[in-house]
Design a protein around this ligand. Sequence first.
Ligand code: HOZ
Length: 432
Amino acid sequence: MVNTTIKTTKSQEIFAAAQNLMPGGVSSPVRAFKSVGGQPIVFDRVQGAYIWDVDGNRYIDYVGTWGPAICGHAHPEVISALHAALEKGTSFGAPCALENVLAEMVIDAIPSIEMVRFVNSGTEACMAVLRLMRAFTGREKVIKFEGCYHGHADMFLVKAGSGVATLGLPDSPGVPKSVTSNTLTAPYNDLEAVKALFAENPNEIAGVILEPVVGNAGFIPPDAGFLEGLREITHEYGALLVFDEVMTGFRIAYGGAQEKFGVTPDLTTLGKIIGGGLPVGAYGGRRDIMEMVAPAGPVYQAGTLSGNPLAMTAGIKTLELLQKPGTYEYLDKITKKLSDGLLQIASECGHEACGGQISGMFGFFFTGGKVHNYEDAKKSDTVKFGRFHRGMLERGVYLAPSQFEAGFTAIAHTDEDIEQTLAAAREVMSSL
Ligand code: HOZ
């Protein structure tokens, strides 16, 4: 039996002070632990598969800074490349040769990308891609899926996942109806609903954007034929298909979901892993569409820190590390062991649960059956999840503090880490 009382005095002091300084004490909502209860822990340092809090407690980490830490935190090769880059300055606001290197790596890896534009976050990438979809097609409406999250830009805050789902927020105040009136929504994995929207809005829909594997409503994979069906429908109606691979890019396969499932969209958004832990996003796709982006074309989009040498360096080194043979097989092996183990333990302890994984992305819900969409995900027992989350934290395992976020493993996780995690899960689940 492990010691389940952890001392978090310093975390509590720092978080209490933060409440007066920043809304909710945080820089991004989910990390405030609102939906799992209790106080968030405040981190001091990270290394490999582990994080340490300000009170000196160590946790096995399955958030991985929400995905980028796929090689493990603070990988020595990434840190050393960053040290060297730092000596040459942090931002040029002008062309930098490192942009070419990362651009070539992205173009080589992601089937849909013939040209790419770097930005500073996934939100920025999705904002820009929507403008481009509309400009290219001359149409204003766009279809997104319930529970999918494409950043916090106004037009995507409709039935959104991630923090919006975690906090159970209605569509956000401050978002004008006129902006979201062109955002149409359908349940994920429901091709008939998508067909109906196209039939009801002839020649008005610019395209369909989705997380090809949902990570922002919990982990929800596409049903067989769903992505292929979207490709056919968008072709039929002269609309664009956009994969938001901010989470899945370089995560579920080196070439993302489009490589894994063999479905090539017209445009793709990226983030997280391609920045190696520094702020980065990107969008790219067919050359004829991307050539509409300024200054090659008239669709405006810009950014002072875009393509900065530090982010490019961390991204390049991270992708180089991921190219080592066996990376994705290893991620798949340890994550399957974790995911299967959690489901097995839940079943043995008498809890209804379902879930799964693809390579180093996983999730589970406290509900029976199978989760196909956000409505199914909402049936999960979130109170039970909150108690599970707290129990795991007390046993040195850091999971995403929300039922509606996927988990992530890293090549730094060992078999022993997984076994310790499962031992902790058995203790917690047997006492829920
Ligand atoms: N919205 C991101 C997760 N899907 C990040 C949350 C955070 O950093 O708190």
